[in-house]
Design a binder for this molecule. Sequence first.
Ligand SMILES: Cc1cc2nc3c(=O)[nH]c(=O)nc-3n(C[C@H](O)[C@H](O)[C@H](O)COP(=O)(O)OP(=O)(O)OC[C@H]3O[C@@H](n4cnc5c(N)ncnc54)[C@H](O)[C@@H]3O)c2cc1C
Length: 341
Amino acid sequence: MRKMDKGSLLHGVWVFGDYRDYFQNRVTLQLIAKGRELAETLGTRVTALLLGEAVHQYAMEYIAHGADVVMVAEHPDLRHYQVESYTDVVAQWAEAFKPDILLGGATSFGREFFPRLAKRLQTGLSADCVNLTMDPDTGLLLQTTPAFGGNLLAEVVTSQRRPQMATVHPGRFKELPHNFNAVGRVVYPGIEIEVNTQVRVVRSRRRQAGGGNLEDAQIVIAGGRGLGSREEFTFLFELAELLKGEVGATRPVVLAGWADEERLLGQTGKTVKPKVLISIGTSGALQYTTAIHGAETIIAVNRDPQAPIFKMADLGLVGEGSAVLNLLLETLRKRGKRGRG
Ligand SMILES: Cc1cc2nc3c(=O)[nH]c(=O)nc-3n(C[C@H](O)[C@H](O)[C@H](O)COP(=O)(O)OP(=O)(O)OC[C@H]3O[C@@H](n4cnc5c(N)ncnc54)[C@H](O)[C@@H]3O)c2cc1C
């Protein structure tokens, strides 16, 4: 495989840093870990990009989690995540230093920012990738992404243009453990910031929403359209509480308003890796199952014995979702009372 020129400090694999919810949202650290793996195959470095106002404290965190270099832009106009100014800065850097690969989280900001950046840099972008590997023959990044409405997984390469760009869902890769002895460089390349006269972000506040620690939950109870109603879906929250787990949902459930968008599992939602996942009234569409492959044990409940979800389940129960849910709840409630008595 072609090895990269290690001489250029800022060449190689770049990861866009999103630190806004550092302790909960670990997608940057997950991508740094994946970037490390890709960079080692190419014989190059991983650079994390950090934009904002007074953000240098995160640079050490990125280095401790595997970045060789952190490139920082600090400026009052970068205080809020704003797509125009962020695109300007990262495009300037990419044009100056020519990274080979540029990765970012498929978060709401990533979905807005990465297509714009790809257009500016006149390169390709694979959105919502489920895996990234290096092709050993060509040295190109293989970007595995759902295609044709999610019914196929396509392997995409950006053969000519650079950087090779991809976004990946939070939870898809594992972050490296914090290494207190890690050594890296923090650089502050010059930037020019054009003040955007069309959009000015005055203030930004985090919306209070559900979803909790779905990505880190050891037990996930996922509900689908087969539960039939919001009332029935609400019982999943009781079950999750009794089992100390979190509730996830399929897209139709979110569209029906039975659950917040933050609970959406799948290609366009979160990815989970629990020890146990109980999936009730879900058919098992690829766009949903792509998010639950990492579960150690999958228990599926569906009244249709032919439902595709049974193909990936470790334990399948053919029956009415509400009946199984009631049975589980009754058993756990009784156990709870006995425990207290
Ligand atoms: C580009 C694109 C992206 C998408 N992204 C996502 C995504 O991120 N996440 C996602 O979830 N979906 C996504 N979808 C939608 C996805 O294709 C499926 O339509 C969706 O996952 C189906 O959700 P479901 O299993 O809840 O509903 P359904 O497919 O309607 O399945 C309901 C299941 O419940 C069973 N059932 C019915 N009644 C009962 C009962 N009383 N008891 C037990 N079982 C019962 C039925 O047999 C059926 O198998 C996406 C689609 C597209 C095109």
